[in-house]
Every structure is written in C-alpha cells, then in structure tokens.
Design a protein around this ligand. Sequence first.
Ligand code: ADP
Length: 266
Amino acid sequence: MTDKEQFKVREEPFYQAQGNEVALYEAAYAARLPVMVKGPTGCGKSRFIEYMAWKLARPLITVACNEDMTASDLVGRYLLEANGTRWLDGPLTTAARIGAICYLDEVVEARQDTTVVIHPLTDHRRTLPLDKKGELIQAHADFQLVISYNPGYQSLMKDLKQSTKQRFTAFEFDYPDAALEISILVSESGIDEATARQLVSVGAAARRLKGHGLDEGISTRLLVYAATLIKGGVAPVDACRMALVRPITDDRDIRDTLDHAIDATF
Ligand code: ADP
C-alpha cells in the first residue's frame, strides 16, 4: 500500500482568494463532485488546488499532462523484472486507492484514450478499470478528480469533448485584479508595494496585447519571477525584460513595444 503521507501538503500554501471559490470548492468536495479549473497559464489554478488539498487535509497527486501521455501513464503498467513481471500503479490509480485529490494539469494535452479512463471515475460508479490487470477499482470515499485546462490553447484538435466537459463542475479563473495581484507579488517575493504596482501595470499593458500579436498575456507567475529577480538585486528594467518579455514573444515589434512600456514604467 502506498504511503499517503508523502502526498500530504504539509505547509499552508499562500493563496489569495479571488472570490468565493474556496467555499464553492468545499461544497464540491463534500459532494465529491469532479472539478475543472479553467484559465490562462500561471493565473493561480494549481496554487488554488494545492491550497484546497491542504485545507481539506487530503493528499494531493498532481500529474502534468503532455501530448505523449497515454492511459497507461495514468493507470499503471506491468514492468519487466528478472523473474517475471510486476504491476506498478499509475498516479490516478494510486489516488483512487488512497483517497487523494488527483489533479490532472492541462488534461487536454493528453491523448484521447486518457479521457476514457477518467469517465467512470466521474460518475456515480466512481470506478477505475485496470484493463491490462483485469481489476476494477472502486475509488476510495475521499477520492476526487480535478482537471485544469487553458481554453486559450484550445483548437479543434485539442479541446475537451462535451461528453467529458459535462462530467465536471467548473471554476473559471483569470489573472487576479490589480490590488490582489500587487499583494500576491509582495507576499511571494518580498518586494515593496510601489515596485509591485509598477510590475502589475506592465502586466496589464501586455495583457491588452493579447490577440494583437500575443497569444497570452504575461502571467502572474512571470510577474512573481520578475519581482523575485528585483528582490535579488537585479535592476527592474533588466528583470522585466528577462522575466516578462523574452519568454513570451519572439516577435520583434511586440518585444520592442513591451520594452518601451517597461522603460516608461521604471
Ligand atoms: P496555473 O494557473 O498555471 O496553475 P499557478 O497556480 O502555478 O498557475 O500560479 C503561478 C504562480 O502565481 C504561483 O506560483 C503563485 O506565485 C502566483 N499566484 C497566482 N495566483 C495566486 C493567488 N491567488 N494566490 C497566491 N499566489 C498566486
């Protein structure tokens, strides 16, 4: 049996609520309803789930999904060993057995066959079939399935099917509003409020370019990076170029526009 302890969130993660999402999540968890968190990258989705796992005192198993991920990566597989084969549970199976919250981050990236295995876990059956092993797992009473996805990346090829979407309750996240984002930057990096305010204003300028040359605005995560560099002694203009601009665009015009916004701010 897997040791639950290793998946415990030991320390309270710092999480600033954007609204009443904490109470709503508690209600969803009380009913063991599956949850989907939608929103752009780096806006606090994973932090929210970590915080909720801590608050509810449930183990948390996070799986970062990618396009090569198959159902076996989630469910488990037989391993070849010197004297035969041994079954190894995948993270979803472990979560269903121990009663963890299983967070499938960016599930839309994974191959279609993964959705087939999550479906029976999301309805009244709460089961997980291990086809290769010939075992049907009944999920632990505390188990809950959570998925995240970024609607911004959605394409016809990569969107969740309605038959999957309609098995979840959903939270729609966005970047925090300015006051909240300032306080997040201050708490996460220790910079002063005035500098945090300047960083947030650069973020706001970049977010206005979304759809006009930028696929996504600057995330809260990148603002935290810039704040951390500044706190570490890097000049604000350099920190912003390095953390806010260079990662998000290869387009010279957009880069110059953002660089000018930074020069005008600091
Ligand atoms: P994603 O939406 O991609 O899962 P994360 O949850 O990893 O994003 O958030 C990225 C970073 O932004 C976090 O590490 C944290 O520093 C910061 N952050 C964003 N929103 C919040 C929030 N509401 N409270 C605290 N930190 C936040």
